[in-house]
Design a protein around this ligand. Structure first.
Ligand code: PEP
Ligand code: MN
Length: 245
């Protein structure tokens, strides 16, 4: 997958402007990450929240790719969006809310793009693997599972990062699994320890929300870390991977 068989994905929750995504992409490129993330169709809990820049946002994301050479991953929400935009992205992200959207999964199965399939908000491993099977049946086997935290009873944190997903998926399937500590934690201070824990558990990669001005993030501000913080994580993860070998 990425360099050293480890895929490091970073970028803002949402593309906010051409300047914002190009600026962040340049710094992440310098750091050495493998993929740039940036949401353009945002599945927000409230319809009053920022919904993403839509097609215009994808143009900016593509601009950032052009400027840096970084391949891109973005979430697609509908069958129409998959038909229209799959060709333009390097990885299609299927979000937690859509893990059970079987018609959408079938459409993604018809593409030849790598897919990051996020675990549903409270999906069992069996349900998650069933979703992956829908994609696979269409002929697309390039599937990467992403653990992003599941609903718990304690709202002190956004979700509960289920790191058991990593050994479970490795032990029972052929799929690679990456971990998104950002949506699991919902706060900044847990991103580094959970990234290192995921790496130690044997995850095949990480997806982390990064903003160069975290306090100005239009989306998921409380979990956005800055470039310096992601650099620290990146370097520690590389060191930990070496030690583990
Ligand atoms: C995201 O990655 O920005 C996102 C919306 O994630 P999830 O689907 O895990 O909530
Ligand atoms: Mn987000």
């Amino acid at each position: 997958m990425g360099k050293d068989d480890f895929i490091f994905i970073a970028g803002p929750c949402a593309v906010e402007s051409e300047d914002q995504i190009v600026r962040i992409a340049k710094q992440l490129k310098e750091l050495g990450v493998d993929y740039l993330r940036g949401g353009v169709f945002k599945p927000r809990t409230s319809p009053k929240s920022f919904q993403g820049l839509q097609e215009e946002g994808l143009e900016y994301l593509l601009r950032a790719k052009e400027e840096t050479g970084l391949p891109i991953i973005t979430e697609l929400l509908t069958i129409d969006q998959v038909k229209k935009y799959a060709d333009f992205v390097d990885i299609i992200q299927i979000g937690s809310r859509n893990m059970y959207n079987y018609e959408l999964l079938k459409e993604v199965g018809k593409t030849n793009k790598k897919v990051v399939l996020k675990r549903g908000l409270s999906a069992t491993f069996g349900e998650w693997l069933g979703a992956a099977e829908y994609i696979k049946q269409g002929g697309n086997e390039d599937i990467v599972l992403c653990e992003r935290g599941i609903r718990g009873f304690d709202n002190a944190t956004r979700n509960v990062l289920d790191l058991q997903a990593v050994p479970y998926i490795h032990n029972n399937t052929e799929y690679p699994i990456i971990v998104d500590p950002s949506h699991a934690a919902g706060n900044r201070y847990m991103i580094e320890p959970m990234s290192l824990a995921a790496t130690a558990a044997g995850a095949d990669g990480l997806m982390i929300e990064v903003h160069d001005r975290p306090d100005e993030s239009m989306c998921d501000r409380s979990q956005a870390i800055n470039i310096e913080q992601v650099s620290n994580i990146y370097n520690k993860v590389k060191t930990l991977r070496k030690v583990m070998k």
